[in-house]
Design a protein around this ligand. Structure first.
Ligand code: XMP
Length: 529
């Protein structure tokens, strides 16, 4: 169980982007990746369900449509159907895989089951290198395929743009803005996929590609002002980049109407509280209330060894402390949350049911009592993590915050195996500080997804000077990852490992042995708990 204040909710989507690409989610695993690729072109985009209306598209000022792939066959009775507004030629449309088949099927072409499923790399021969979609791309072109059905006869008015050995119609166009491709340009295994999408989004749809961090900040600050008016806002800071960026945006918008609350749960990494206070209070002049609650959290954790119970206790205590702090502020109407786009889409459930449309708008914060309800301000709900970092940089937040590694909500309590005590927290903070310093000195902080120390529940014999010792075993964890779903243990240089171990046993007397975790995820997790 992951501790979250609430599940994704709030407004349906951005009010007025000046241009966008609409991605119709036909149930693909990679619909989110298509969105990432479009955003990389500095073009705003949103995933919409196939049930989205012309009015949704107009509101987003869409300049083009991408129909994603999906697991269905166009012949299935319950297959997702592309919306009319994506097929009538009013906007340029690119159908990817299932999206192409649906385009062909609906416009009078023929889609037949492939004799066998094709999955993997293929080589594409470009038949028409003058076509706007494939312009500038090499031929043969390496692409990634994953499909069963395929287009066997194109609708009238369409021409073949490219073929593979097994698929005569691997890309098609009708000269009036409708395109279909059987392969997946959004995955890394299609190395020129980004160029193809650029051709579609910038050349064919005519997007200007000016959706930058700066643009986002201007738009968002105006939206927050309109939402909040002259009322008051509260924001819980966690020390992480999301809440930091969200709070800074809100502060830009409404200044002193914002109060930030930072709960010091006594389970933080060394220097974290000071960093938050320095940045928000002294540099940004934000009204920051730090609640010193370390003892309270430790009391709640006394004697607890089960990781789930630790998470639960920390979560509940946080809610209680935050609630008290909020009540002290008096009349507050809004709560800032650093919800990101992947949370929004995931919490709505992906696939043909249609991601975003099912998000209901509510104004509650799970866990807080009935009489303490806030309307949410979620300025990051359309951003991906790296976009949040870019916005943080544009807002001139310190690099240490912008580039901060993820840190679990229950903090050091789940990095101390067994019961959590004051002493163990201090021991782990000291050992962990050595890891942070050395990783930073080696310039590896950004390369690593996470790097930290764990205090195990095991004691071993050691020898120091003439005396035998009986001390704790500390473990070192350092992983590389693109997201936290999978991770690999980092091949840290042996000298660095040696230096870290040496410093820990010398500087932290309670620890006399250091081990390095060489387990990947899966089957291991990143945290030990
Ligand atoms: P695991 O240990 O499951 O962790 O491989 C995956 C990622 O999630 C982080 N993590 C958390 N983040 N609240 C959070 O915000 C939590 O309760 C929590 N637990 C784990 C972990 O640090 C890793 O990045």
């Amino acid at each position: 169980m992951r501790y979250r204040l609430q599940d994704g909710a709030g407004r349906m989507s951005r009010e007025h982007p000046h241009e966008s690409i609409v991605i119709v989610d036909m149930g693909s695993q990679t619909a989110m990746l298509i969105a990432r690729r479009v955003r990389e072109l500095n073009v705003y985009c949103e995933l919409l369900p196939p049930t989205a209306t012309r009015a949704d598209v107009a509101r987003l000022r869409a300049r083009g449509v991408i129909l994603s792939g999906g697991p269905s066959s166009v012949h299935d009775a319950d297959a997702p159907r592309a919306p009319e507004w994506a097929l009538d030629g009013g906007l340029p449309t690119l159908g990817i895989c299932y999206g192409m088949q649906e385009l062909a099927h609906r416009l009078g072409g023929r889609v037949a089951p492939g004799r066998e499923r094709e999955f993997g790399a293929a080589s594409l021969t470009v038949c028409d290198n003058q076509s706007a979609l494939l312009r500038g791309l090499p031929s043969p072109l390496p692409v990634w395929m994953s499909h069963g059905d395929r287009v066997e006869a194109m609708p009238s008015g369409f021409e073949t743009l490219a073929a593979t050995e097994t698929i005569p119609i691997a890309a098609m166009a009708n000269g009036a803005g409708l395109y279909g491709i059987q392969f997946h340009p959004e995955v890394v295994h299609t190395p020129n996929g980004g160029e193809l999408l650029r051709n579609f989004v910038l050349e064919i749809c005519g997007c200007s590609g000016d959706w930058t961090a700066e643009h986002f900040i201007t738009e968002t600050v105006a939206e927050i002002r309109a939402q909040v008016g002259d009322r008051r806002v509260i924001c819980g800071l966690s020390g992480g980049v999301d809440s930091a960026v969200a709070a800074t945006l809100v502060h830009r918008a409404v200044g002193d109407q914002l109060t930030c609350v930072f709960v010091d749960n006594g389970l933080l990494r060394r220097g974290e509280r000071e960093q938050v206070e320095e940045t928000f209070s002294r540099q940004l002049h934000i009204d920051l209330r730090t609640v010193e609650a370390g003892d309270r959290f430790l009391e709640e954790l006394a004697g607890v060894t089960d990781p789930e119970t630790k998470r639960k206790r920390v979560g509940e205590t946080f809610i209680a402390v935050f609630e008290e702090a909020a009540r002290e502020l008096g009349e507050v109407d809004f709560l800032v949350q650093g919800t990101l786009y992947p949370d929004v889409v995931e919490s709505a459930g992906s696939g043909t049911g249609g991601a975003t449309a099912t998000i209901k708008s509510h104004h509650n914060v799970g866990g807080l009592p009935e009489d303490l309800r806030f309307e949410l301000v979620e300025p990051l709900r359309y951003l991906f993590k790296d976009e949040v970092r870019a916005v943080g940089r544009e807002l001139e937040l310190p690099e240490e915050i912008v580039e901060r590694q993820p840190f679990p909500g229950p903090g050091l309590s789940i990095r101390i195996i067994g019961p959590v005590t004051h002493e163990k927290v201090s021991v782990l903070q000291a050992a962990d500080a050595v890891v942070m310093e050395e990783v930073q000195a080696a310039g590896l902080e950004r390369e690593l997804w996470q790097s930290f120390a764990i205090l195990t529940d095991t004691r071993t014999v050691g020898v120091q000077g003439d005396a035998r010792t009986y001390g704790w075993v500390a473990a070192l964890r350092a992983v590389t990852a693109d997201d936290a779903m999978t991770a690999d243990w980092a091949r840290l240089p042996a000298e660095l490992l040696g230096r870290i171990a040496n410093r820990i046993v010398n500087e932290v007397p309670q620890v006399n042995r250091v081990v390095y975790d060489i387990t990947s995820k899966p089957p291991g997790t990143i945290e030990w708990e």
